[in-house]
Design a protein around this ligand. Structure first.
Ligand SMILES: NC(=O)c1ccc[n+]([C@@H]2O[C@H](COP(=O)([O-])OP(=O)(O)OC[C@H]3O[C@@H](n4cnc5c(N)ncnc54)[C@H](O)[C@@H]3O)[C@@H](O)[C@H]2O)c1
Length: 337
């Protein structure tokens, strides 16, 4: 792309889409938000006014707008696969929020469509790879100083102020996909099998989920433990740890200063992902827009989005069967290296 300023359209202007729109409009000089779309047009209009963008009430019309050179998909999970394919059909690069789809079949269809196109246009919103704390862990692992990585441990704790019950499939497909991607990224290996255990939200409904524990085995023998708490009761936290043959590394959970007062040493816990990953979201769109302008792709791919869902699918099946389940993936198309 020869232009020096990338003109972006944002689909979905809830919490995540608004943050992306603000970052695209304000965090760098080389991108502009020219169009926004949301079923809630009042919400879209508010973001459009802040960014100087036009408002659509139809996602396909936004994608087809000739002024829109690239698209951010931040509408609800079930819309992602269809919209990502519409962007592929229009030949427009897209930052698609995770998950790439809500099931592995739809994700596979997106990968097949991109492979048929012959070039990568999709980046999936696994933004933890842009988080400084995660990058520090990656750097230690990649340097070789802790030796061969043997185990990933992911701790993912959600605040759920309304205590909204969640299903097992939602917790796996919407939340644990982040940790599955982190495990693959840090261990640089693929998941061979998965074993799922969970504490149901409602003891009478095994399809509900209060707390999820995933145990992964990788192709080269490494392991991962992933804990996702759907309602911490205290705040939002994510940590990533890797145990190696000669040492171990773990990200710091909290960025707040330690305050000592009234006989207590305390540290504030962030309320949600927007606060915890604020830097990661800025870096994510900075890297994505630079890549699009340069005509290259370096972020998490549609393949990464698909594989995370293949693991998620096996995890759901493991819960159903009550035993470890192998992860099956399609042959990797050449465009993903
Ligand atoms: N990467 C991350 O860290 C991260 C964090 C939070 C959410 N997400 C993802 O971002 C997406 C949005 O999440 P959110 O927290 O902003 O949700 P949200 O509920 O705050 O916002 C969703 C918005 O989409 C709009 N919408 C609903 N149906 C639509 C449609 N068919 N077309 C266009 N807009 C539609 C809603 O009106 C709402 O404004 C989800 O896919 C979620 O999984 C990613």
């Amino acid at each position: 792309m020869s232009e020096h300023v990338l003109q972006v359209g944002v689909i979905g202007t809830g919490g995540m889409g608004t943050r992306h729109a603000h970052n695209l409009a304000r965090a760098m000089a080389w991108s502009r938000v020219v169009a926004v779309m949301d079923l809630d047009t009042a919400r879209a209009s508010a973001v459009a006014a802040e960014c100087g963008a036009r408002v659509y009430d139809d996602a396909e019309a936004l994608i087809q707008d000739p002024q829109v050179q690239a698209v951010v998909i931040a509408s609800p999970d079930p819309t992602h696969a269809t919209l990502a394919r519409a962007c592929l059909a229009a030949g427009k690069p897209v930052l698609c929020e995770k998950p790439l789809a809500t099931n592995v079949q739809d994700a596979q269809a997106v990968v097949a469509a991109e492979a048929a196109l012959g070039r990568r246009l999709i980046q999936v919103g696994f933004m933890r790879v842009y988080d400084p704390a995660h990058q520090d862990v990656k750097q230690v692992v990649a340097s070789g100083q802790i030796g061969r990585p043997l185990l990933f441990r992911g701790y993912h704790v959600n605040r759920n102020p309304d205590h909204t019950p969640r299903t097992l499939a939602e917790v796996i497909v919407n939340s644990a996909v982040h940790d599955i991607h982190s495990a693959r990224w840090l261990l640089e290996d693929e998941v061979a099998q998965v074993f799922t255990q969970h504490v149901p939200w409602d003891a009478a409904d095994p399809a509900s989920c209060r707390l999820l524990a995933l145990q992964l085995q990788f192709e080269r023998g490494g392991l991962a433990f992933i804990e996702v708490n759907a309602d911490s009761g205290y705040g939002y936290e994510v940590t990533a740890a890797v145990v190696g043959e000669q040492g171990a590394v773990e990200s710091q959970a909290l960025r707040s200063p330690a305050v000592r007062m009234d006989g207590v040493r305390g540290q504030a816990v962030e309320p949600d992902w927007l606060a915890r990953f604020d830097t990661a979201y800025v870096r994510e769109v900075q890297a994505w827009t630079q890549d699009v302008l340069a005509g290259r792709s370096s972020g998490p791919s549609a393949w990464d989005g698909y594989v995370a869902l293949a693991v998620a699918d096996a995890a759901i099946e493991s819960a159903r069967q009550g035993r470890p389940v192998p992860v099956e993936v399609m042959a990797k198309p050449k465009i993903y290296g």
